[in-house]
Design a protein around this ligand. Structure first.
Ligand code: XMP
Length: 519
């Protein structure tokens, strides 16, 4: 995309937390991109034209021959540079200082930095209480700073925790300001971008304008197909494309029969009726549920659904005449080229779970208007485009849908019960104002019937499990601590309102050892 905003370049040396640097900067309305060190040469620097550069941390040792370096041109490029951890060490080494590894130089976890030699602009607002907590994670340390540098902060194991050559605008820290455990880290970044003269021009309103212009330029008068799942990413992609190219866009929404109560109707209503987007809504539930008959193995379920999805999507997409592009809701974390632990560059590009492999198969080119955005920026763009807050804040929903919330064999009867129980449960959560505190909540129907007594009669009905977890990224999760009262009320409502259920379990398992979904 043609860029008109100010840019910051993050040179990646392979740290596990490089993405967090980008997050902190985007929160400050600064546009930045992460590029691996071995892709950034002098020509790249000139073309990218950054207003400032940050050198990330990394797992290698600058004392090892052949270890990564920043491009030499950087030192005379004339923009502020901030080196972090490995970035600090290579900066020192390349500018004439020394780095040592070995016994007694390592420092991992919490450390405290105290000030030295007066004020430094990037530390404005620091040391109000004498010292600041920082997060260290380094094996090597700088043993001699480069000529021109001064020390501004020290920690017990890092006498050069903060150094700078103010006249050249080079700054270097041994710790990781991007992580949560460095509480004043965000302030350090704010100070750095201020001294680099960023105006904070990265806003969603600006992005929207720019993305629309870029889509028009890329697509011209051709036609675009967009797979709509009802999730936030594909919805924002579709609405943005529709603003850019109107009727040159056709969306395809496949109902596999494994969606939540009213979900298919809601998607059609929102996109076709409200946004007036051309939409093929295909009810293929018979096909999917037929193929899943008798299947109880979780992986076979996933593969069956995934394969059918591609076939069905392709069938409908083929009906759209003259389509040249396929739109995808790929996000920035999916396209960042990262430096692998072994030191070599590795490209990690996740294929979209819904339409993986389709563009090549159908000879379509890709339009990916969200590929520069993080998830929360997509939500902000959704708000900018007028998507309702309740829609933007929806919990994640897996591609295979209710299939993986119905352990064992899937039947229409079980799915109908599950949809009702889930709707009551989510309604309860919303009524109690808890929805936004929870990462994901859903009901599952268990592969068993149990005995109960209702009225004067014996019942033999399904058991439902309810699950709610808190999480930051879905990788680990904790059970949400509902009150006993809430759980009791929810149990009563589900059993009273959903025919076919006579028992409710609350799933207390965290992840690990469990997973969020039941399968
Ligand atoms: P688990 O169950 O692995 O889930 O702890 C982590 C997150 O991923 C979602 N999930 C899926 N999403 N296709 C998807 O699109 C899948 O097959 C799938 N399995 C799990 C899950 O909902 C949770 O947010």
């Amino acid at each position: 995309m043609t860029q008109s905003h100010e840019r910051l370049l993050i040179i990646d040396f392979g740290s596990q937390v490089t993405q967090l640097i980008a997050r902190r900067l985007r929160e400050l309305n600064v546009y930045c991109e992460i590029h691996p060190y071995n892709r950034v040469n002098d020509a790249f620097l000139r073309d990218f034209a950054p207003k400032a550069v940050i050198l990330s941390g990394g797992p290698d040792s600058v004392t090892r021959e052949g270890s990564p370096r920043a491009p030499e041109a950087l030192w005379s490029f004339g923009v502020p540079v901030l080196g972090i951890c490995y970035g600090q060490q290579t900066m020192m080494q390349q500018l004439g200082g020394m780095v040592e590894s070995g016994h007694g130089t390592a420092e991992f976890g919490r450390a405290f930095v105290t000030p030295a030699n007066g004020d430094l602009s990037i530390l404005a607002g620091w040391f109000e209480e004498g010292r600041e907590q920082v997060w260290m994670s380094h094996g090597d340390h700088v043993s001699q700073i480069a000529p021109g540098f001064e020390v501004y902060g020290t920690s017990p194991n890092a006498p050069f925790a903060v150094t700078a050559d103010v006249s050249r605008n080079f700054y270097a820290v041994q710790f990781h300001p991007e992580v949560h455990h460095t509480p004043k880290g965000a302030k350090l970044y704010e100070n750095f971008i201020k001294l680099a003269g960023f105006s904070g021009d990265w806003t969603m309103a600006g992005y929207r304008e720019q993305a629309i212009a870029a889509i028009r330029e890329q697509v011209g008068s051709d036609h675009v197909i967009c797979g709509l799942s009802g999730g936030v990413d594909s919805s924002v992609t579709a609405i943005l494309l529709h603003e850019a190219i109107g009727d040159q866009l056709t969306c395809v929404f496949v109902d596999h029969g494994l969606l939540r109560k009213n979900e298919a109707a809601d998607v059609v209503k929102m996109f076709r009726d409200n946004y007036k987007i051309k939409l093929i809504a295909a009810d293929e539930s018979d096909l999917f549920l037929g193929a899943l008959e008798g299947v109880s193995d979780p992986e076979v379920k996933r593969k069956t659904i995934g394969k059918l999805f591609i076939d069905v999507f392709q069938k409908y997409a083929n009906e759209i005449e003259g389509a040249k592009f396929l739109a995808q809701g790929t996000l920035y974390p999916d396209v960042i080229e990262s430096v692998s632990f072994s030191g070599g560059p590795s490209v990690t590009i996740k294929s979209h779970h819904n339409v993986g492999g389709l563009p090549e198969k159908m000879g379509l080119k890709l339009v990916e208007p969200l590929r520069e955005l993080f998830k929360d920026e997509v939500r902000a763009l959704g708000r900018e485009l007028g998507l309702p807050a309740s829609f933007i804040g929806r919990h994640p929903f897996p591609g295979p849908g209710l299939a993986i919330r119905c352990p064992g064999e899937i039947t229409r009867e079980k799915l109908a019960i599950l949809q009702e129980a889930d709707a009551v449960y989510i309604d309860q959560i919303r009524k109690h104002g808890l929805y936004d505190e929870i990462w994901q909540a859903f009901a599952a129907i268990l592969p068993m019937k149990t005995v109960g007594v209702m009225g004067d009669g014996r019942t033999y009905d399904y058991a439902v499990a309810i699950r709610a977890v808190t999480s930051v990224d879905g990788m680990t999760a904790d059970t949400y601590p509902f009150s006993h009262e809430f759980l009791g009320e929810t149990m009563t409502r589900i059993i009273n309102e959903v025919k076919g259920v006579n028992r409710v379990f609350y799933d207390l398992t965290s992840k690990p050892p469990g997973t969020i979904e039941l399968e």
